[in-house]
Design a protein around this ligand. Structure first.
Ligand code: NAD
Length: 295
């Protein structure tokens, strides 16, 4: 069993760290927010007094932070991970951040002799609690092999996507598909309604024909056809519209940086921007159906 410093004990980090504890790993956690620290302590976790102390704790340092700015600060600062991690520690950042920051931080880690993985996840808070996350991992083969057993404690599917930054690239590209497809499915259901076609009938047709996709068959944005979808619990998240907007903005940023053409991604980001501005930020991202339908 490993000794793991875990920094960022929020909605995702706390249950992920708790699963590591449950599996018998030693985990020393840290978060800048008192309530997050307390929640982890209530789950039986030990707390560090600083990020530096958590970083120095063991053979792994894991982080689950909001965005690129926090990851750069926590890794690159004087009191940060790279300055304080134990010799030979493997650094694993599970946050969803821009590819550029992921590659920058991994490069700085390598200069100081550390292996680093970017390992963003999909599966949300439910996946974090149930240890069923999907990890998309960027970094060397050796680092991946070393981290895989610990990642398996927190997730079901662990995919090595290539060198540093490729985990973030996979996450951003996947969520570009998801954001655009959720809006497309929502538009189709709103149109069907005005054409006098019931939601169930459209579902029965499209779930068995060429319109089939995850947004339709697993996460249908209209109440009824898929009982487990957030549409049936008043769009309680799940994965919030604010998170989807964040990921679509990351995709947009990556498209600009690589001179890629992504007009649907840009349009989807703008639609989510409008929706979050109208008070939808905390709802599940599939509530975009309400916006499209103009409820
Ligand atoms: P969160 O805001 O609940 O947790 C982030 C935590 O990091 C907070 O507790 C915050 O206090 C802490 N933090 C910030 N700066 C810090 C610092 N300098 N030192 C120590 N701790 C610091 O967010 P979350 O929902 O847990 O998401 C974390 C990451 O996972 C994000 O990048 C998000 O995009 C990604 N993600 C979230 C979900 C989801 O459904 N929530 C799903 C997939 C991926």
């Amino acid at each position: 069993m490993a000794a793991i410093g875990f920094i960022g004990l929020g909605n995702m980090g706390a249950p992920m760290a708790a699963n590591l504890l449950k599996a018998g790993h030693q985990v020393l956690g840290f978060d800048i927010i008192g309530a997050a620290r307390q929640r982890f302590a209530e789950k039986g976790g030990r707390l560090a007094g600083s990020a530096a102390e958590a970083a120095a704790f063991g053979e792994f340092v894991m982080t689950m932070l909001p965005a690129g700015a926090e990851v750069r600060a926590v890794y690159l600062g004087e009191e940060g991970v790279i300055a304080h991690a134990r010799k030979g520690a493997l650094l694993v950042d599970c946050s969803t951040i821009d590819v550029e920051s992921a590659r920058l931080v991994a490069g700085r880690a390598a200069e100081r002799g550390f292996d680093m993985l970017d390992a963003p996840v999909s599966g949300g808070v439910g996946g974090a609690e149930g240890a069923s996350l999907t990890f998309m991992v960027g970094g060397s083969d050796a680092a991946f092999a070393r981290a895989e057993p610990a990642l398996k404690v927190m997730g079901k599917t662990i995919v090595h996507c290539g060198p540093a930054g490729n985990g973030q690239a996979a996450k951003i590209c996947n969520n570009l598909i998801l954001g655009v497809s959720m809006i497309a499915v929502s538009e189709a259901f709103a149109l069907a309604e005005r054409l006098g076609l019931s939601a169930q009938t459209l579902f029965d047709v499209s779930s068995r024909s060429s319109g089939q996709c995850w947004s339709l068959t697993s996460y249908c944005p209209v109440p009824g056809p898929v009982p487990s979808s957030p549409a049936n619990r008043d769009y309680k998240a799940g994965f919030t519209a604010a998170m989807m907007l964040k990921d679509l903005r990351l995709a947009e940023q990556a498209a600009v940086a690589t001179a890629s053409v992504s007009p649907l991604g840009a349009a989807a980001a703008n639609i989510y921007q409008l929706f979050t501005g109208e008070g939808g930020a905390g709802l599940d991202f599939s509530a975009i159906y309400r916006f499209v339908r103009r409820e």
